[in-house]
Ligand binder design. Sequence first.
Ligand SMILES: Nc1nc2c(ncn2[C@@H]2O[C@H](COP(=O)(O)OP(=O)(O)OP(=O)(O)O)[C@@H](O)[C@H]2O)c(=O)[nH]1
Ligand SMILES: [Zn+2]
Length: 356
Amino acid sequence: MQIHNLVDLGWSHYFQSQLDLKSLESQLPFRVVAVQRNLIECVGLDSENQQKNLQLSTYYWRDEPPEGRPAIGDWLLVDLDFQPLRILERKSLIKRRSAGRESSVQLIASNIDTVFIVTSCNDEFSINRIERYLSIAAESNIHCVVVLTKIDLCSDTRPYFEAISHDHPNLQVEMVNATDAPSLCALKKWIEPGQTVALLGSSGVGKSTIINSLKGNQDQTTAAVRESDSKGRHTTTSRSLHCLPGGGLLLDNPGMRELQMIDTEEGIKTAFSDIDSLAKKCRYKNCRHTTEPGCAVIEQIKAGRLEQRRLDNYHKLLSEQIRNNESLAERRYNDRALGRFYKNALKSSRRFKSRE
Ligand SMILES: Nc1nc2c(ncn2[C@@H]2O[C@H](COP(=O)(O)OP(=O)(O)OP(=O)(O)O)[C@@H](O)[C@H]2O)c(=O)[nH]1
Ligand SMILES: [Zn+2]
């Protein structure tokens, strides 16, 4: 990608205001465009205003907790020798519990303006999953748009659209054929110059195809979908930030199997604000909305004004994030306890030596 000014990369007043006059002379902002195991790739301008691509070792951040390490989309300040100084305060952050058994936080994307929740008109479609993404985005106040792909392969797209608008009447939905560039025109209003959009969605729904069609080339590999289970093969392996010809940036999140929630209580309450405000009218403050008398939530379900599915999903997501927060807190506690153990062991061995 060719960069002529920082706005092309998403620079805005929000970040500018974090720099004082002195740092403007001696520090350069670079945007993180890819994060690999040992390398952080960044793009910015050097002191002559020429585009510069930087590769920094992750070694600089070896002692930082996960949230203190650069994420894709971050703005990094470097000195005139291109040595990293600090990460600028983030406008938004999408994170999840690390995949696998390890209980730790994984940063997915930073400084995102809009999330495209990408889902396809086939049996991959799930309102519960859409609500999971809505909660994660709401936690960081990120605007969401649902992008329904593969409309060209579906004889009747209405049930998909109606399933969303029934439960989320204010949510914007765009129906596209991701392989056909003109059909993606409606998406462009969210990808104005300087805007960063992250694509979230299961593997095979068409995230890379959307990016390729918007970029007008084919540099992001796509693979054919297995017909039997309508799941795509994992084709792209790492996350990357793409600049579009007309400005605007797109972040692909390939091969995402699951976004396990962590620290998302507020986001869930925002995404389910109808249930949250009903809950305030329940007779008991700690009502779990199951069998309690005077439960305003159950009343609405009985009256047919709220779906049991939504309440179940609300409970499921809330308890998932509580569970993940607890296991993370436990791990942090154990890490600290282990640290204390080593420190004490070291101290007593020194004491022992000095007595010798
Ligand atoms: N006909 C049609 N095919 C589509 C559409 N969107 C995606 N495809 C096809 O579906 C397959 C998978 O699309 P990808 O863009 O690779 O999916 P992805 O979401 O990037 O998948 P991961 O990289 O694994 O996360 C490719 O063969 C695409 O050509 C669409 O709207 N219509
Ligand atoms: Zn209740």
